[in-house]
Design a protein around this ligand. Structure first.
Ligand code: ATP
Ligand code: MG
Length: 403
C-alpha cells in the first residue's frame, strides 16, 4: 500500500556548513545500508529525505533505516495525485492500516503548495468527514489525544498521506565526527560504548586483545559476533585481533602479581595508541565505568591513562550497569555478551588487585619489560578482519594491509 518512505533527521542545533555535511553523509550512509535490498531513488527536500517507489519492500527498508545513526524517525507514506477523491481513498487505507479495529483519530493537513484551491482546515474537514462515513468500525474524532493522526501533506505535484512514525537512533551520521578505535572485549560494556560512539558520528574500528591459548578460539568468535552485530548499524567494521599472548606471559614473569591488571591495561593502552595511529584513528573508546571493577577506580584510570597521549572516550563512564544492560538489549548485543567465554582480563585476575595503584609503582614494576619490543612484536603478529552484518568479508595478516 505504501509507496515511499519519509526520513526525518537532524539535530536542531546543526547549522550552515555542518548541516550540509551531515545531510551529505547521511544520504551516503542510507544508500550504502539499503543497497542490497534494492536501488531506490533518494531525494532530499525541505529538510527531509524521501525514498521513492519502495512499495512492497517498505517494511524491510524501514527496519534498516531505523538502525542508522542520524535518522530521527521514518514514516511509510502513500503518494497520491492532487485530486481530492484520490487522496481521500488513500487516507482511508492509511487509517485502516494504523487503526484496524476502531478508536479515535484526527486529520492534520499541511499545505506547502499555496496554489492548491482548498485551504488546510477545509481539507481536514472534508477528509475527516469522509473517514467518519466510510471507516467500517467505531470511530470518533479526538483532537487532543487521538489513537492515530492521519497526516496530509499537499505539495506542488502530489500529496503525501501517512500516520506511522517509527523512531530511529537519532544522533549524528557515522562519518560526521572522524575515526575512533574501540577497545572491544567480549563483555557487555564495550559493544555498548562502541554503539554510543557511532551514534555521535564516530567511524569505529575495533581492537580486541586475544591471548590464545589462555583465551579460547570461542572467545574470539564471540567478539567477532559482537562486531558483526555492531556492523548492522555502521555497515562495516575493521576488527584488529591483537596478539596479546606474549605480553601477558611477560607480565606474568616479570611483574608483581598485585599490579598485573594495571600493567596489562597499560600495555593494552600503549598498543591501542600505536594501532590507532596506524589506522588514522584520533581517539580510543572503552567501555569503562567508574568503580565497576578494580581497574576502573579513578586512581587506576589515572595510572592507565598516563601511557597514552590521545583522548580516551568513555561513553559509559557514569552509567549504571542496569542502564548499560538496557542499551545492550536494545542494540542486540546482550545475549552474545553474556555467553560464558573468558576474556584476557578474567584469566589473570590476581587474588588482591591493587585498587589504588600509583604511577611510580607501575613504572617500577615495568622496568623488566622491554615495552617497545613487546608492542612491536605484538602488532606484527596481529591480524585484521573486515566484518559486515553478514560476517567476515576479508582478512589481512598485517594491520597496514587493511586500508
Ligand atoms: P566489558 O564489559 O566491556 O568487557 P568490563 O566491565 O569487563 O568491560 P574490564 O574488563 O575492566 O571491564 O575492561 C574495561 C574496558 O577495557 C572494556 O570495556 C574494553 O573497552 C577494554 N578491554 C578489556 N578487555 C579487553 C580485551 N580483551 N580486548 C580489548 N579491549 C578490552
Ligand atoms: Mg571485560
Amino acid at each position: 500500500m505504501y509507496s515511499d518512505i519519509l526520513v526525518r533527521y537532524g539535530e536542531i542545533s546543526l547549522k550552515g556548513k555542518n548541516r550540509k555535511l551531515f545531510e551529505k553523509i547521511l544520504m551516503q550512509n542510507i544508500k550504502l545500508r539499503i543497497r542490497d535490498i534494492g536501488r531506490f531513488t533518494i531525494e532530499r527536500t525541505f529538510g527531509r529525505i524521501y525514498l521513492r517507489k519502495v512499495n512492497e519492500l517498505t517494511d524491510k527498508v524501514i527496519q534498516r533505516l531505523t538502525m542508522i545513526p542520524g535518522v530521527v524517525s521514518v514514516s511509510p507514506v502513500v503518494r497520491a495525485g492532487l485530486d481530492l477523491d484520490e487522496f481521500k481513498e488513500c487516507a482511508l487505507n492509511v487509517l485502516l492500516d494504523a487503526l484496524p479495529n476502531g478508536g479515535t483519530f484526527k486529520v492534520e493537513t499541511k499545505r506547502a503548495n499555496k496554489q492548491y484551491p482548498l485551504k488546510s482546515p477545509e481539507v481536514t474537514r472534508i477528509l475527516g468527514g469522509h473517514l467518519l462515513t466510510n471507516y467500517p468500525h467505531e470511530l470518533t474524532v479526538d483532537v487532543h489525544n487521538p489513537d492515530v493522526i492521519v497526516y496530509i501533506e499537499i505539495r506542488e505535484h502530489d500529496v503525501y498521506i501517512y500516520s506511522k512514525v517509527v523512531a530511529g537512533p537519532g544522533g549524528l551520521p557515522i562519518g560526521a565526527s572522524g575515526r575512533g578505535l574501540l577497545l572491544i572485549s567480549g563483555g557487555i560494556d564495550s559493544p555498548v560504548a562502541g554503539w554510543m560512539g557511532m551514534k555521535r558520528g564516530v567511524t569505529i574500528d575495533a581492537l580486541h586483545f586475544h591471548s590464545f591459548p589462555f583465551t579460547s578460539e570461542r572467545s574470539k568468535e564471540k567478539v567477532i559476533e559482537l562486531t558483526r552485530i555492531l556492523a548492522q548499524y555502521s555497515g562495516r567494521i575493521r576488527l584488529v585481533i591483537g596478539h596479546f599472548t606474549d605480553i601477558q606471559k611477560a607480565i606474568g614473569l616479570h611483574c608483581p602479581e598485585k599490579l598485573h591488571i594495571t600493567i596489562m591495561r597499560r600495555m593494552m593502552f600503549r598498543m591501542a595508541t600505536k594501532v590507532a595511529d596506524m589506522l588514522n584513528a584520533k581517539v580510543l573508546l572503552t567501555g569503562e565505568s567508574i568503580g565497576q571493577v578494580a581497574s576502573q577506580t579513578l586512581e587506576s584510570m589515572e595510572v592507565i591513562n598516563a601511557v597514552t597521549n590521545i583522548p580516551v572516550l568513555r561513553p559509559l563512564i557514569t552509567a549504571d550497569k542496569t542502564e548499560i544492560i538496557d542499551i545492550a538489549r536494545k542494540i542486540g548485543t546482550f545475549e552474545t555478551s553474556i555467553l560464558p567465554y573468558e576474556d584476557c582480563c578474567t584469566v589473570f585476575v590476581p587474588e588482591a588487585p591493587a585498587t589504588k595503584p600509583k604511577i611510580k609503582d607501575a613504572e617500577a614494576a615495568e622496568v623488566n619489560l622491554d615495552i617497545d619490543q613487546l608492542i612491536e612484536d605484538a602488532i606484527n603478529k596481529s591480524e585484521v578482519l573486515i566484518v559486515t552484518s553478514d560476517g567476515i568479508v576479508a582478512e589481512f595478516d598485517r594491520i597496514g594491509d587493511s586500508e
